[in-house]
Design a protein around this ligand. Structure first.
Ligand SMILES: [Zn+2]
Length: 287
C-alpha cells in the first residue's frame, strides 16, 4: 500500500478521505491530499493514540479498519492532547451533566513520562476498576476517557465528575508541591481544566463540602436514583478527598448509605498539602 501524505493525489487518497469522512471527520473526498486532509488525519491519529504525523502508513490504515473503537471526535474539548483510551469507562445512555472537576494524584513519581505510563496502565487489564479522564505530569496532559463518557475515578461522583490525575503522592508536603516540576504540571493542569470549565459551563471556583454534596445529590436526582428537585448548582472544582468526606458523612449530606451499595469511600488524594490557593490562582489566570 502506498504511504499517503500531503501533496499526493489519486484514487487511494480519495479512498482514505472517504474512510475519514465515514468515521465522522469533516472532509469532502476529492482525491487531493491537502491541508484539510492532513489536519483530519492528524486528528484521527490523536484520537486513536497513534503518532500524529499526518502520514497514512500501515498503522494508521489499520486503526481505521478497526471497529469497536468509537470515533472520538465529538466532545473532545482539548483535541491537541495525546489520547490513550482507558479500558474501564461507561458511555452514558443519555447525555450527563458534569458539575464536578475532581483533582486526584496518581501515587506515582513525577517524571516526563508519568501521564503516559499511567495511561498505559489504565488501558491495560491490570487497571481493575479504575480510570480517569486525563492525567498530568511536568510536560504533558494525556486524555484517557472522552469527556462525555463516565470515567471510574471516584465512586459516588462519577456520573457528574470530570477526573484529573496529577503525578505525585498524596503524602507530599507543601514544599514537595512547590518544586518547579510540579509548578509546570499545575500550570498544564490549569490550562486543561480551564477548557473543561468552559466546555461544561463550570465556574472556576473551589467548592465547599456542602456544594460538593449538592452536586452529588443533583446527579442522583437527575438519574432517578433519589427523589426531590435538583438544585441546579453549576458546580466547580474539588478534590477526591472532598467526595470522600461527603460520602463518609452521608447522613448529614442527605445521601444514601454507600455501604448499602457495597462500597465505602477512603481515598484522601490529592492530599492535605495540595496547593489549592495557588492552583485556583493559576486556573483563574488562564484566559
Ligand atoms: Zn483519587
Amino acid at each position: 500500500m502506498t504511504v499517503l501524505a500531503i501533496g499526493l493525489q489519486g484514487p487511494e487518497v480519495e479512498a482514505w478521505q472517504s474512510t475519514l469522512s465515514m468515521l465522522g471527520y469533516d472532509l469532502q473526498p476529492d482525491g487531493d491530499f491537502g491541508m484539510k486532509t492532513q489536519k483530519a488525519t492528524i486528528q484521527f491519529q490523536i484520537d486513536r493514540g497513534l503518532k500524529p504525523d499526518g502520514i497514512v502508513g500501515d498503522a494508521t490504515r489499520k486503526a481505521a479498519e478497526t471497529p469497536g473503537k468509537i470515533a472520538k471526535k465529538e466532545g473532545l474539548f482539548d483535541p491537541g492532547l495525546r489520547f490513550i483510551q482507558a479500558k474501564h469507562f461507561t458511555r452514558p445512555s443519555r447525555p450527563r451533566t458534569v458539575s464536578l472537576i475532581i483533582q486526584h494524584v496518581m501515587e506515582n513519581r513525577q517524571t516526563s513520562n508519568t501521564a503516559e505510563a499511567v495511561g498505559a496502565w489504565f488501558s491495560s487489564s491490570d487497571s481493575r476498576d479504575a480510570s480517569s479522564h486525563c492525567g498530568c505530569d511536568r510536560d504533558s496532559v494525556v486524555q484517557y476517557v472522552m469527556p462525555n463518557d463516565i470515567a471510574w475515578g471516584a465512586p459516588g461522583a462519577n456520573w457528574c465528575g470530570y477526573h484529573v490525575e496529577n503525578a505525585g503522592y498524596s503524602a507530599q508536603t507543601a514544599s514537595d508541591w512547590a518544586t518547579p516540576d510540579n509548578g509546570m504540571m499545575l500550570q498544564l493542569n490549569a490550562e486543561h481544566v480551564a477548557k473543561a470549565c468552559e466546555y461544561f459551563g463550570i465556574p472556576k471556583v473551589r467548592l465547599t463540602l456542602d456544594e460538593v454534596a449538592m452536586c452529588v445529590r443533583d446527579a442522583l436526582i437527575v438519574q432517578g436514583k433519589k427523589g426531590g428537585q435538583p438544585s441546579s448548582h453549576p458546580g466547580g472544582i474539588c478534590g477526591h478527598f472532598d467526595v470522600t468526606r461527603v460520602w463518609q458523612d452521608w447522613r448529614r449530606f442527605d445521601l444514601p448509605n454507600p455501604k448499602l451499595s457495597g462500597w465505602w469511600p477512603d481515598h484522601t488524594d490529592p492530599g492535605s498539602s495540595f496547593p489549592w490557593d495557588h492552583y485556583m490562582e493559576l486556573l483563574r489566570a488562564v484566559r
